[in-house]
Structures are given as C-alpha cells and as structure tokens.
Write a protein that binds this ligand. Structure first.
Ligand code: HAM
Length: 417
C-alpha cells in the first residue's frame, strides 16, 4: 500500500462540513468587508520567495519545496500566500485600479517542517491583503476581519503586537541590536551569525536557549522609536482597547518573514493546549511591492492556518454545527424504476437534496440507512402507492407518517423541509 506523505493530511468526508463552514465564514466576511477573491498558482519561481520572504527566514533557508523543472527553471511550491499575491498585483496592474484593493484567498502552503500537532508540511491559509492604504482605519479593519473570523468559531484570541518602526527607526534599531549582540556572537548559534548580517531583528526570534538568554537584556525596539512611530503605535493600541480586543505588547515579536515593516501581530490563545499557539499572524509590508518592481504601495495583511484552527477547536471541545443537508430519502419497493428515477429527478429539479436506493436494499434497511445518513424525510414508494397516486412520507425527526397525493408532494416538502 502507498501511504500519505509525512506532514500532510487527507480531508476526509466526515470532516468536510468543517471545511465547508470555514469557506462559508470566509465568504460572509468577504461580503461584509467587500473583499475580492484572488487565487495564484501553487508554484512560482524560487526567486519570488527568496526576494519576498527573505534570506534570513527559516522558510527560505530550510523549508522550501524547491525543484528544477524540465525547462531547467528553479520552481518552489508556495510556502505562504503573500508573495504570489504581490507578484500578481504587480503583473496584472491591479494597483492601476481604484485603491484600496482588498483581497482574500484560501490557499495551500508547503513548508518542509518537522511535522507535529498543528505543524504540517502542507497546510491551508485563509489570507487577506489590503493594498494601497496606510491608515489607522486600514490597520484596524485588517485586525477586525481576522477577529471576526475567529469569533465565528467561538474563539477570542489575544493579539500579540509589536511595532518595527519606519525605515529610519528600523535601520537604527538594527544597528543598536548589532552593537549589543556583537560581543556575544561567539556563543550564539550558526543561524544567528547569518541573521546578524542579513536581518538582526530575527535574532530576537531565535529558539536556541543560549541566544534567547542573551537577547533578554537587549535594547527594546519600542525604546528606539521616533515620535511619529510612537504616536502611530499608541493610536493603534488605544483603538484595539476601545474595540474590546485583548492585546499584549510583545517586544520580541518580529515574525518569521523579512518583508515586514511597522506593525506586526500574531493571534494567540494564551491557554492553548497545542504546541503551536499562533492561530494566525501578519503585519504591514510597505516596501515589498516596490522591491519586487511595482509602484510603491503600502500593504497590510494576515494569514490564518485552517488546520490549526480546526485542531484547536477539537482540543477545546468546541463543535462546529453539522447541518443536516439531505432533504429526502426515496425508499422504493417496486420494479417500476422508470417512475422512481423520474420522481427523484423532478424533486432534484425543484432544488431538493435527494438520496435513493442505489444498493438494492430491502425497504426495512432503506429506512435504517435513511436514518443513519440523516435524511429529514423518507418518501416510501411501492406498486400500491404508484397505482393509488398517493405516497407515504415520514418525518424522520418526529416519526410522523402520512399519505399524500403525489402531486402535492413538492408543495408539502417546500413547506416542511
Ligand atoms: P505565517 O505566520 O508564516 O505568516 O503563517 C500564518 C499562519 O499559518 C500561522 O499563524 C499558522 O496559523 C499557519 N501556519 C504556518 N505554518 C504552518 C504549518 N507548518 N502547519 C500548519 N499551520 C501553519 C504568513 O504566512 C504570512 N504570509 C501572513 C501574512 C499575510 N502576512 C501578511 N499578509
């Protein structure tokens, strides 16, 4: 037998209603927030991710699924959704339309990570990217989209926030951090040596206990912000508070991707039972469009891991309501297949969901089966019913059973389903 690949998961039919609910919530949010859907290819040129996600990111250094195609091109399966959307925004001139351009996607992402609960090699993200605006209103709206998504599933995460500053603050802070780190470099991990040169901010994010200990006493980003950045961050925090959103200022939050500028955030459940407690994350990346060859355009966005949300709900015992979607089971006990097939077809034409006896079961086991698959009504048809023009219909939740004229069936179902 050939088994599934490590770190990947089948979405089984028994769980499909959960994914359908995720899509339903996303579609409802897209209507409320006037977001338009975008879908970009699963694979792109490797260079796109190297230039977007950055040389100092674990994604680029360790986790990309990269291969050379038959045309000798270096191709990578998308490790995250943002880079492809930005490429498409530039390539299709979406910035020439009226701004802001508010986009969302549900997309698979591929990262060669060590699989564990909530950490997969193929996962899916609901992502959102708002192009063209750099205002408090656009920052808050982005947070609210994600927050409304969580709330639809009964989750109220805390938002961990940090502010990386404008280009000037960020560059000054990088130098301050380099000066602080330099004498400790010999003790630090190999990755941090690279980070020191490429993006010292990522040293704050290092998981090695020695590096973690060293940066504990490092100067904080917020101590190095200019007045304008301080005011911007304060306004954002005040607005979150007034919206009733729980937030924590995490001075070490830099996020694992190099493209972020200014505001960064992660949605976290404090008493989470899984190892991976980031239920989503994002931030501003005001320089990426320009650095990939487009017109300078500010952008803010987030990505939420769908598998991680579903696992979180399961661990917390939060149920996603499963709707009974089958309206009618047609139980037949006649050789008159012509009648049965046409009857079923007419019900489906009217829009009812119908299941029938595809397995040659006895009448009794058809009723049992209808009950098992959650049919709301069973219509039983034998030769007598066909001759009388009267069909038996049973309401499976009340057990009530009546006979009605076959011509009145559709009207009855319309009123009762
Ligand atoms: P990210 O933090 O790398 O950001 O991923 C976003 C979310 O995807 C995570 O918070 C987590 O819920 C989920 N996730 C990430 N990796 C895995 C994995 N291996 N297995 C399961 N779930 C995972 C981004 O990808 C950015 N593109 C988000 C963004 C959009 N920033 C701005 N716009």
């Amino acid at each position: 037998m050939i088994n599934i690949q490590k770190g990947t998961k089948d979405m089984l039919p028994k769980d499909s209603y959960k994914w359908q609910r995720v899509r339903e919530v996303v579609m409802e949010l897209s209507r409320k927030y006037n977001l338009k859907e975008i879908s970009t290819p699963v694979f792109e040129s490797t260079e796109l991710f190297v230039r977007s996600d950055g040389d100092s990111s674990d994604i680029v250094n360790k986790e990309m699924y990269t291969f050379t195609d038959k045309g000798n091109r270096s191709i990578t399966l998308k490790p995250e959704g943002t880079a492809g959307v930005v490429r498409s925004f530039i390539e299709n001139g979406l910035g020439n339309e009226i701004l802001p351009v508010k986009l969302f996607y549900i997309s698979p992402c591929y990262r060669y990570e060590k699989p564990q609960a909530g950490r997969l090699r193929e996962h899916h993200q609901f992502g959102c990217e708002i192009f063209g605006a750099n205002t408090l209103a656009s920052d808050i709206e982005t947070i609210m989209i994600a927050y409304d998504f969580y709330k639809a599933f009964g989750i109220e995460p805390t938002i961990h926030i940090n502010f990386l500053g404008c280009d000037k603050c960020k560059n000054e802070y990088k130098e301050t951090l380099r000066t602080f780190v330099e004498p400790h470099l010999p003790e630090m991990c190999e990755d941090c040596h690279k980070r020191y040169n490429v993006n010292p901010l990522r040293i704050l994010d290092c998981k090695s206990p020695i590096c973690k200990d060293i940066v504990k006493s490092a100067p904080k980003m917020n101590e190095c912000l200019c007045d304008k950045c301080n005011t911007k961050f304060d306004d954002f925090k005040n607005m979150l508070t007034s919206m009733g959103i729980k937030w924590v200022h995490d001075t070490k939050l830099v996020r694992g991707l190099d493209y972020y500028t200014d505001l960064v955030f992660e949605f976290v459940d404090d008493d989470v039972t899984l190892g991976q407690n980031a239920l989503g994350g994002g931030g501003r990346y005001d320089n990426l469009v320009e650095s990939l060859g487009g017109k300078a355009t500010p952008v803010i966005g987030f990505g939420i891991g769908i598998e991680r949300i579903l696992l979180y709900l399961e661990n917390k015992g939060i149920e996603i309501p499963q709707k009974n979607t089958l309206d009618v089971y047609v139980a037949s006990n006649t050789d008159n297949e012509n009648y049965i097939i046409k009857f079923i077809s007419s019900l489906r034409k009217k829009g009812f969901g119908v299941e029938s006896n595809l397995m040659d079961r006895s009448l009794k086991s058809q009723f049992k089966y209808a009950d098992k698959i959650g049919a709301k009504f069973v219509i039983a048809i034998g030769d007598d019913e066909i001759n009388e023009n009267k069909l038996t219909i049973k309401n499976m939740s009340t057990g009530e059973q009546i006979k009605i004229w076959s011509n009145d069936i559709e009207e009855y179902l319309e009123k009762n389903v």
